[in-house]
Ligand binder design. Structure first.
Ligand code: NAD
Ligand code: ZN
Length: 360
């Protein structure tokens, strides 16, 4: 069964379709949406080998003329250089204003293909077909697309909502377990910021997630997608509420960058969430039981709860360079309880530092 979540954004509204085997329905879905003629799949060699043929076939079955464009695997290829090559290939293929780009892969492909779709001919249709847990619960939803430039991540980008998101949970079966763990960090984040019941569900069901029980996977992807959708609907262009999605990311991004990206994003965010809940507990803003609950769930998910050997001074410095710093103040998202957070720039650097020391 396919679950559909509507993302209500006026003229930019779209459906997220979640289910097992949805990938092979893509041709039909696009046809029903009014697309015909040509389609362009952008992917990488790993995902192409796993799912390229079945996606292409489903489109050919509906009469589409299809090309698959492949970008090497890795964050370093989420670049203007890759985008430049893709623009060239799009022109060669004869892409038109109405030709959809299908982003088949994880967040790297989604962001890059999305950026290309946002900019080629001032914007052509984008369809997200996310194949990692992170991409299904996070990056494919909300329309943020970007490439990295110089040392900065995601600093050249646009808002370009997809026409639809097709999340096939069966594709998650081929992910290495570290990939699942990485995505679980964002899943836990959603529960903390918006939904205590979901947090309780995760406390009870996380093991089947790691062994990839279909029902549990579908539930966590659907619940997470709903939470992200709810936030995006209220703040499409990231002017306020969308900030809450950065829970755990202030410290998380700093940890990631100080480790030279050796610590995975999800792992770094896990530490960041621990820092957040501990800061809130220290300020008596949240019950100290929340600290214990979060630590337990993160551990169960295979995420880090203690800070690895990194210089705290460097982490403090990295936080100052974060996009979330406004007028010199570091912005924090802190829990009030499991299920509710608020935004503040009133956390003293001394307290942050003390909590980081405690987390060592
Ligand atoms: N746009 C947004 O709102 C947003 C939000 C969060 C993250 N992001 C971006 O997402 C990116 C990270 O995404 P990610 O974690 O998906 O990483 P990724 O895209 O690099 O994918 C991780 C690895 O899994 C492989 N892979 C993908 N699908 C697979 C499958 N089904 N089976 C086996 N292997 C598979 C990929 O080839 C890659 O090696 C970052 O660039 C980040 O900036 C964007
Ligand atoms: Zn994240």
């Amino acid at each position: 069964m396919v679950k559909t979540i509507r993302v209500n954004l006026g003229q930019n509204s779209y459906d997220i379709r979640i289910g097992s085997g949805t990938l092979s329905q893509t041709g039909q879905i696009l046809k029903e949406m009014g697309f015909n003629d040509k389609a362009i799949i952008i992917t990488n060699p790993i995902v192409k080998k796993l799912y390229g043929t079945s996606l292409k076939q489903s489109l050919i079955n509906e009469g589409f003329w299809v090309t698959i464009l492949s970008v090497p695997d890795g964050e370093e290829y989420k670049s203007l250089e890759s985008a430049g090559k893709l623009y060239h290939q799009l022109t060669e293929f004869g892409a038109e204003r109405t030709t959809p780009i299908l982003a088949l892969g994880g967040g790297v492909i989604g962001d890059l293909a999305g950026f290309v779709a946002a900019t080629y001919m001032r914007g052509i249709p984008l369809v997200q077909i996310p194949t990692t847990l992170l991409a299904q619960v996070d990056s494919s939803i909300g329309g943020k697309v970007a490439v990295n430039h110089g040392k900065l991540k995601n600093n050249i980008g646009a808002f370009h909502q997809p026409r639809t998101v097709i999340s096939d949970i069966a594709t998650l079966k081929t992910l290495p377990s570290a990939g699942i763990v990485n995505g679980l960090s964002e899943v836990i984040k959603y529960a903390v910021i918006r939904d205590e019941k979901f947090f309780t569900y995760l406390e009870k069901n996380l093991d089947p997630v790691k062994s990839l029980d279909d029902n549990v996977l579908e539930t966590i992807v659907t619940k997470s997608a709903r939470i992200k959708t709810g936030v995006v609907e209220n703040d499409e262009k990231d002017m306020g509420l969308r900030n809450i999605l950065n829970f755990g990311h202030t410290v998380g991004h700093a940890v990631e960058s100080v480790s030279n990206f050796e610590i995975a994003h999800g792992q770094a965010v896990g530490i960041g969430m621990m820092a957040g809940v501990k800061i809130a507990a220290e300020l008596s803003l949240v019950d100290s039981k929340a600290v214990i609950r979060l630590a337990k769930l993160l551990k169960k998910a295979g995420l880090m709860t203690v800070l690895p050997r990194l210089e705290i001074e460097q982490i403090m410095q990295a936080m100052q360079f974060d996009k979330k710093v406004q007028r010199g103040k570091i912005r924090f998202i802190l829990p009030k309880s499991i299920g509710e957070v608020f935004i503040t720039d009133d956390v003293s650097p001394a307290l942050i530092e003390r909590i980081l020391v405690e987390l060592k």
